[in-house]
Write a protein that binds this ligand. Structure first.
Ligand SMILES: O=C(O)CCC(=O)C(=O)O
Length: 353
């Protein structure tokens, strides 16, 4: 199985995605036909320039005073976490393993939200703030900015035969990262200011993501104490999530390598930086990990368009592939589990031992 699955990863690159690790770049927006034929149908990402050059957002949103005056009476969803990792795996409050932690979300007046995102690091405050909500928040929470961007992406709407299901705003800084996951949407992700750094793996590489079930937990933040509490969700719920952190801390790198060999030893993820005025086409079901670099005012702003995907034959194949147990992963998991159980059962060593 191991050899066969590696053949799949390599063939997909040799036949379709390319072996350079670089994504296709288009200097201009594709025609709807080209987009459908060369990218959507092939489930193949690309970076598109000059699709948003006419957006007033590209100049207006570089000014804090423009944003705060346009949104002076708007409330936005602000995600607060202790370390900038929302929807991510963190040590569980109730056991020695990991849980899937969601951010504390609070509706915050926009001027205050922007202050918290950009100034929090100077305040030595105890949280990282990321304005985002994946529920079509752009037209609802940010409606005074609607005229600064397009309500939909023309070539995608024509190619896909529908308007976007959700248009979302993302305002954060370098401390906020989004861990590896996949979505059931065709995603057109446009950067307005700052930069976004994506790592991408195709759905065929699902076994390299070590997706496991994690119990769900929720942060709550108290402005009085300035502290977070992480509580397991009740009723209990589990979330299938990738176990892989592609940028482990130096002290964790050798254990990450031995826990996730298929990720670290397999073909490198596609790696790209999306600059202001550029757009990433991120096909449905691709695993993505996202970091950001802020502009000179300390923030990164992006808008993304989620279009419904086709639940077609590719979807059926990917689901089938995902359902196949990959023996090396399972035996690895079992060995780790046994070792973890042995470690946690072992009596603590005393100085004399
Ligand atoms: O920008 C981010 O932090 C995450 C974006 C993302 O995951 C998405 O658009 O699906």
């Amino acid at each position: 199985m191991e050899g066969k699955i590696e053949t799949l990863w390599n063939e997909v690159r040799e036949l379709n995605l390319g072996t350079s690790g670089e994504l296709d770049r288009l200097d201009f927006p594709p025609t709807p036909l080209q987009f459908l034929r060369d990218f959507v149908s092939q489930n193949k990402p690309c970076i598109i320039s000059n699709a948003t050059h006419h957006w007033p957002a590209l100049t207006r949103w570089t000014s804090d005073s423009y944003l705060t005056s346009a949104l002076s009476s708007s409330h936005v969803s602000l995600h607060l976490t202790p370390h900038g990792r929302a929807d991510a795996l963190v040590p569980s409050p109730s056991s020695s393993s990991l849980c899937f932690a969601s951010a504390h979300v609070q509706r915050t007046p926009f001027p205050e939200a922007l202050r918290l995102i950009t100034a929090a690091k100077n305040d030595a405050s105890s949280f990282v703030a990321y304005a985002q909500q994946q529920n079509n928040c752009f037209p609802s929470e940010y409606s005074p900015l609607a005229a600064d961007c397009d309500p939909h992406i023309q070539f995608a709407t024509e190619a896909l035969g529908c308007r976007p299901e959700a248009v979302n705003m993302w305002i954060g800084d370098e401390r906020s990262t989004t861990s590896f996951h996949k979505d059931h949407y065709e995603n057109l992700y446009a950067v307005v200011t700052g930069q976004k750094h994506f790592l991408l793996l195709p759905p065929t590489d699902v076994h390299r993501m070590y997706v496991r079930e994690y119990p769900a937990a929720q942060y709550s933040y108290s402005p009085v104490t300035g502290e977070f509490e992480l509580e397991m969700e009740s009723p209990a719920r589990s979330v299938p999530w990738s176990s892989v952190d592609p940028y482990p801390a130096p002290e964790d790198s050798s254990s990450s390598l031995s826990k996730f060999p298929l990720f670290f030893n397999g073909p490198k993820p596609f790696c790209c930086t999306i600059n202001p005025g550029e757009m990433l086409y991120l096909p449905s079901m691709w695993f993505h990990h996202v970091r950001q670099s802020p502009d000179s005012r300390g923030r990164t702003i992006a808008v993304n368009y989620w279009y419904d995907m086709q639940f077609d034959i590719k979807y059926a194949y990917f689901n089938f592939l995902q359902s196949i147990q990959c023996p090396p992963i399972e035996s690895q998991t079992l060995a780790e589990t046994v070792q973890e159980d042995l470690d946690s059962d072992a009596p603590e060593k005393t100085e004399d031992e």
